[in-house]
Design a protein around this ligand. Structure first.
Ligand code: C2E
Ligand code: CA
Ligand code: CA
Length: 706
């Protein structure tokens, strides 16, 4: 607006000036803002229509070029400046000797907000405009509040929030993300990150995958990746939810998303996954993992290369567990697992199937030869003595082996066949390995039936005891009868104790069966004329049952067989555990006056050391030595040595399994006094015992040879 001296216009121009004035007034009146023009003397020369409304001035206050002071006085009196700003108040109160601020905002009495702008004119007057900015300011305020609100959300969110570019630059990051990634501030983070793919991701391929999903779906949810933290280079797992923001041209302009620390969750998931596939005690893979590994290995086999599955079972593990406790058993399993892993190659897999059962997968094998070598190495390593719970313990391992292709082509059947071969290895003397053969299947079936039927055998009176004489070549008399169990199976006929005793031991049935045998045999032998002794076999499992001593005492008391006529035969197996409880039980038995015999002497691991540690009344040379002694110098030497040893230690030595007269003569020549075997007589039922004794003791041939 040009400052026009409308009031002092020359008269000649009055008409046109009036028109101009009217036009100008109309223009000014159409403006929404209030406009007022004041001359150098402080008089209002122009005021538009809006001003009256804006300042709520009655027409008479504005009429006839009033002074600005009179207007202000009116306003002041009315209380318009009650809410004036401090600078304006100072001006009003200071009698206006401080200059009025040019631009300011003030609130009106009725609460509206006016923006007042003053423009000074060269002649000393001024033009002042008033704008009602109530709504505008309110809108601005609410925008600011909203912005602060969202900023607060962004900044204070506990999850990380970001915006980044597809080429890997970071544009925004909130506090949580800055902290999560190990930066001090957002500024530091934005400045440091140039390529997210290489600087953050442990596996840069994850970033490529992220971008691929973004391109394809425009978003990712729970995208989990492992990243490095800044400075420390610690690794953490993060989970991202992100979306692509596209520009006007439809291409991805940037990514926005949230990030959360998923380390705990990923660790938990991994732990669960690990637990699901591993055995916690030994850390070895479990059956689930071994089955899937086997599946894969079988699929990859071919071109002359096979996969071998070995099923392992520790011999005598149950004894360690029962006598030394579960903690010792656990230690033994852990140590066995360590040895197993150590003996295997990097491509072989060892697993624990449960209990004392392990499995091994050998890949790329070229035939039985290399598998046999591996099996032998395993047997050697696992059979070395262990130190568990401060005790020296010896256990063996039996191994069954199945090959694919050949024996089976699916994992479960392979494992099953290896397991069948394992049964066979155990039955054939343990501490050894066997390859699967299809004929073995039938044997396993047989064993299962035995297990079921044996439970009934005792109750149904199918068990019986036969007696085999031990002959004293010196006194030419039967010194002892060994009680040997017989099972008359209703459909299968006679079943050998070699077949059913191991089953009885595994099922625990040996305890009642052994107790019955002891009672039955003591009663029967006590009724015989003369003073022949009785030898009864004891399984290690019977030692573990607390009732053993009571059983022996009861059997002696009921039968009235004198304690010195009872001998209990035990094998080295029992002694291998070398635990205090076993030794105490043995001492207790000897304290009753009952004798102890060491059975099957010579076939164990360190037979001689047992003789040193525990006093036996009798040792029985295993029949394998006697039978080989005729043609095998080493066996003959062993037999001679044992006989000499017995003589020196004052222990009775019995030669078992003597089948021929020639063997008797040879043993006799070596100073062996006690013999047992078919040459003297097979085991007979109790009715046959007395005639057998009479025949043996009265036989002229024996007199002659003695
Ligand atoms: P063992 O204690 O070594 O018993 C001797 C075994 O050798 C008996 O077999 C006997 O019949 C056999 N034998 C005897 N003389 C000869 C011979 O000249 N040549 C050959 N080749 N063998 C001969 P059996 O009766 O089949 O018993 C086998 C095993 O079963 C026994 O071996 C013993 O370990 C176990 N057993 C038998 N009865 C019992 C029992 O009541 N309790 C326990 N725990 N085990 C028993
Ligand atoms: Ca025996
Ligand atoms: Ca024996």
């Amino acid at each position: 607006m040009t400052p026009v001296a409308l009031v002092d216009a020359p008269a000649a121009m009055a008409a046109s000036v009036d028109r101009m004035r009217a036009a100008l007034q109309a223009t000014l009146d159409s403006v929404e803002e209030g406009i007022i023009m004041v001359d150098p003397h402080g008089r209002v020369v122009v005021a538009n229509r809006s001003i009256a409304g804006m300042l709520d001035l009655p027409p008479e206050v504005l009429a006839g070029n009033p002074t600005m002071d009179s207007i202000i006085a009116f306003q002041q009196q009315r209380g318009d400046f009650a809410r004036a700003c401090p600078s304006q108040r100072r001006w009003l109160d200071g009698s206006r000797n401080v200059p009025s601020p040019d631009n300011y905002e003030r609130a009106t009495a009725d609460g509206r907000l006016l923006e007042v702008r003053t423009r000074r004119l060269p002649d000393g007057g001024y033009v002042r405009t008033y704008a009602d900015v109530t709504e505008q300011r309110a809108a601005e305020r609410s925008i600011r509040a909203a912005e602060a609100d969202y900023r607060g959300l962004f900044e204070n969110a506990v999850i990380g929030i970001y915006r980044s570019t597809p080429d890997g630059r970071q544009l925004r990051a909130n506090r949580a993300l800055v902290a999560l990634n190990g930066y001090e501030s957002e500024a530091e983070m934005l400045a440091s990150v140039n390529d997210i793919a290489s600087e953050w991701y442990v596996d840069p391929a994850r970033r490529a995958e992220f971008k691929r999903l973004m391109e394809r779906d425009g978003q990712v949810t729970d995208f989990v990746s492992e990243i490095y933290r800044h400075k420390s280079r610690d690794r953490i797992w993060i989970s991202e939810n992100a979306w692509a923001v596209r520009g006007a041209d439809g291409s991805v302009a940037y990514y926005e998303g949230t990030v959360q620390d998923a380390s705990a969750r990923v660790q938990a998931e991994r732990r669960i996954d690990y637990l699901a596939h591993h055995d916690t005690l030994t850390g070895l893979p479990n059956r689930i993992l071994v089955t899937s590994a086997l599946e894969q290995a079988v699929a990859e086999a071919g071109h002359g290369q096979s996969v071998a599955v070995l099923c392992l079972d520790l011999d005598r593990f149950k004894e360690v567990n029962d006598t030394l406790g579960h903690a010792a058993g656990d230690q033994l399993l852990q140590q066995a697992a360590v040895r197993l892993r150590a003996v295997l190659g990097p491509n072989d897999l060892a697993a624990r199937l449960g209990g004392d059962e392990f499995a091994v997968i050998l890949r790329n094998v070229l035939g039985q030869g290399s598998v046999r070598q591996a099996a032998q190495a395993i047997v050697r390593s696992l059979s070395r003595p262990y130190n568990v719970a401060g005790q020296r313990v010896v256990v063996g391992v039996s191994i069954g082996i199945a090959l694919a292709p050949g024996d089976a082509d699916n994992p479960n059947e392979l494992l099953r066949n290896a397991d069948i071969a394992l049964y066979r290895a155990k039955a054939e003397g343990r501490g050894t390995h066997r390859f699967f053969e299809s004929a073995m299947d039938a044997r396993v079936q047989f064993r299962r039936t035995i297990e079921t039927d044996l439970r009934r055998a005792l109750a149904f009176g199918q068990l019986d005891i036969h007696y085999q004489p031990i002959f004293d070549l010196g006194e030419r008399r039967v010194s002892t009868l060994e009680a040997l169990l017989r099972w008359r199976h209703p459909t299968r006929g006679s079943i050998s104790p070699v077949d059913f005793i191991p089953v009885a031991e595994e099922t625990g049935l040996i305890v009642p069966i052994g107790e019955w045998a002891l009672r039955e045999a003591t009663a029967a032998v006590a009724r015989l004329p003369g003073d022949v002794a009785l030898a009864v076999n004891l399984s290690p499992a019977q030692f573990r049952s607390r009732s053993l001593l009571a059983t022996i005492v009861n059997a002696l008391a009921t039968s009235r067989l004198p304690a010195h006529r009872l001998e209990l035969e035990i094998t080295e197996t029992l002694l291998m555990l070398e635990d205090a409880d076993t030794h105490r039980a043995m001492e207790d038995i000897r304290a009753l006056g009952v004798k102890l015999a060491l059975d099957d002497f010579g076939i164990g691991y360190s037979s001689l050391s047992y003789l040193q540690r525990f006093r036996f009344d009798k040792i029985k040379i295993d029949r394998s030595f006697i039978q080989k002694a005729a043609g095998d110098d080493a066996s003959a030497a062993i037999v001679r040595a044992i006989i000499g040893l017995g003589r020196d230690l004052g222990i009775v030595v019995v030669a078992e399994g003597v089948e021929t007269t020639a063997q008797i003569r040879a043993l006799q020549a070596q100073g062996c006094r006690w013999v047992q075997g078919w040459a003297l007589g097979k085991a007979t039922d109790i009715a046959g015992v007395d005639p057998a004794i009479r025949r043996l003791e009265g036989r002229p041939a024996w007199r002659a040879s003695a």
